[in-house]
Design a protein around this ligand. Structure first.
Ligand code: HEC
Ligand code: HEC
Ligand code: HEC
Ligand code: HEC
Length: 310
């Protein structure tokens, strides 16, 4: 843990980044989201010899280029290509931080980062579904967001051991679906998720041509073909086993980990994190796999859902 050199609130010797910098080993209690040496991501960040967590890592955006994740103040300079969040409604400007008004975690009405997570940090309950009623009961200190976090933050996840993300099956593109993990992203990237006329050509969610990739949309709705019914039709797992490479959200709020999709209503919900890592990845657009490199190189994670298009 490095001393930041300036006084920190709450008598702490470090800021968010100071405490959360390191290399994950599977036994560290503090989840590390920034590594000073290149983390092992392999192809999808889920392999048995990988060492990043569910959010990915800020290493690549700090060391390679601005496209590989969120440019967090204190780790890297402002993004030279994107000055505002793409898809946003213009309400967010400036460089991102971990928490507070300028960040994703904590109370976004509180400016200072440590104050913004006050009362939640060391009270995390990993045994009950996080209902999002208060900051302390919000998934990963993302205010108002629901979910059930894996105790190891998805260090080498499997279909049996992973985060349970909350999603719903929307009926209207104006529906904001508060509490879902995709709605967190929509706080800054609004029109990628909701807003009349922003998702479908017809204006009716789920009909006509998609203008933006659907999220908070259950795959059992897809009428265009049956390809989604073969989700994760991998040789290793067979059909419908939850894929940690391209995960799905669910409307089920029990603490039973979702291991097989299409087992109950609305458990096959496409979300932003089906394709992206929240912090960053080795790939352009902070994608979970190297989409840009495919088919010459790279990895076709899209085919986990688009099983007829691989
Ligand atoms: C003094 C060290 C320290 C500082 C400073 C710190 N953290 Fe943490 N953080 C931890 C530890 C330890 C845990 C693991 C807590 C646990 O196991 O329940 C943690 C856990 C977390 C988690 C996961 C919570 C969950 O769902 O289990 C998040 C998110 C997080 N920290 C964000 C932040 C942010 C944002 C900041 C800055 C505002 C910050 N941390 C500052 C030590 C720190
Ligand atoms: C508090 C505001 C905020 C939230 C919440 C937020 N983002 Fe962003 N995002 C930004 C800003 C600002 C940028 C452009 C600057 C940068 O990359 O740091 C950005 C850029 C991105 C980029 C492009 C990266 C690049 O540089 O090319 C992706 C992808 C992205 N965000 C995905 C997400 C996802 C997925 C979520 C939800 C897990 C999310 N964002 C939540 C503010 C936010
Ligand atoms: C089906 C996969 C998929 C889903 C789901 C998805 N994205 Fe993306 N997103 C992509 C791809 C592919 C790119 C282009 C990445 C690249 O090559 O740089 C991208 C790019 C972005 C960018 C960068 C745009 C730019 O102008 O640079 C942002 C921001 C972003 N996505 C946010 C989101 C948010 C927020 C959600 C959820 C509401 C979401 N994405 C859902 C696949 C997806
Ligand atoms: C988590 C599952 C999932 C993943 C991963 C995924 N998609 Fe999709 N995609 C869907 C669903 C569901 C639809 C809506 C289909 C419908 O409405 O009939 C869709 C629709 C589309 C469409 C609109 C055309 C159509 O078939 O309806 C395009 C284009 C598309 N996806 C591209 C991509 C690309 C490119 C990737 C990889 C970067 C990707 N998708 C990854 C689930 C997924």
């Amino acid at each position: 843990m490095a001393d930041s050199g300036v006084p920190n609130p709450a008598l702490l010797v470090a800021n968010c980044i100071g405490c959360h910098t390191g290399q994950n080993t599977g036994i560290n209690k503090v989840p590390y989201v920034f590594d000073t040496t290149s983390p092992q991501y392999k192809e999808t960040g889920t392999e048995a010899d990988s060492n990043t967590l569910a959010g990915g890592n800020f290493y690549w955006v700090s060391n390679i280029d601005d496209r590989r994740g969120h440019n967090i103040y204190g780790l890297v300079g402002p993004d030279q290509l994107l000055t505002v969040p793409p898809g946003g409604d213009g309400t967010f400007s400036g460089q991102l931080r971990c928490s507070g008004t300028m960040g994703c975690h904590g109370d976004r009405t509180v400016t200072e980062q440590i104050s913004a997570v006050k009362g939640s940090h060391h009270y995390k309950d990993h045994t009950t579904w996080q209902l999002g009623a208060t900051l302390a009961t919000s998934y990963r200190m993302l205010n108002g967001i629901q979910g059930f976090g894996d105790r190891d933050y998805e260090y080498r996840p499997t279909d049996l051991q992973h985060n349970k993300y909350y999603g719903i099956d929307r009926t209207a593109e104006s529906e904001t679906s508060i509490g879902t993990i995709s709605s967190l992203c929509s706080q800054c990237h609004k029109y990628f998720h909701n807003g009349a006329g922003s998702l479908t050509s017809s204006g009716t969610f789920g009909t006509g041509v998609w203008l933006r990739h659907p999220t908070d949309y259950d795959m059992s709705n897809a009428v265009s073909s049956d390809e989604y019914q073969l989700y994760n039709n991998s040789a290793t797992y067979g059909n419908n086993i939850y894929s940690v490479i391209s995960p799905l959200a669910t409307a089920d709020t029990s603490t039973t980990v979702n291991t097989k999709v299409f087992s109950q209503a609305n458990d096959a919900v496409v979300m932003c994190l089906s394709c992206h890592r929240a912090h960053g990845s080795p790939y352009s657009g902070a994608l979970r796999w190297n989409y840009k490199g495919w088919p010459a190189d790279g990895y076709n994670g899209c085919a986990i859902c688009h099983t007829a298009k691989n």
